[in-house]
Design a protein around this ligand. Sequence first.
Ligand code: 5GP
Length: 171
Amino acid sequence: MEIKTLISEEELKVRIAQMAQEINGFYAGQELYVIVALKGAVIFAADLVRHLNMPVRMEFIRLSSYGNDKVSSGKVNAVDISLPNLNGKNVLIVEDIIDTGLTAKFLLDFIALNFKTKSTKFCSLLDKKSARKVDVEADYYGFEVDNKFVIGFGLDYEGHYRNLPYIGHVS
Ligand code: 5GP
């Protein structure tokens, strides 16, 4: 399988630090709950939170929308979505990529339905804007990518390649 580099390790590093600065500016001095969507967002979130300078708490949830192939199944499964009480809290959901938008919408609806947060925002490393099926936008995103299947930096292909230090495209 040939992997073409789309976003280099250095570009990711620079952009993630910039995103964190924006986030630091918005929440200055306030506590932030970072909700990480496993498994794909784990690498991005690990880098991002290390640049955040407000008090941070991290929670992890697990969802799945992809089957074993490269196509979205069209529905979101909540594998584990247990969260503490987020009433009155600043919540930042951290994802690897927004594709159809179904996962982002599911998560935002889930938070809105269950909690009265102080604020809820969505942060995604990648955004496949042209693949949207539902109307949802990230408050923060790192890079827009074409409607192609990408891997690396947390994103997998059949469970592999999450450890690549760059974002690549499988041809
Ligand atoms: P959505 O619900 O927006 O269609 O998809 C969100 C989830 O699908 C992401 O969190 C990610 O796990 C997976 N996904 C979407 N596009 C890609 C892609 O290009 N590559 C990989 N590896 N996963 C993707």
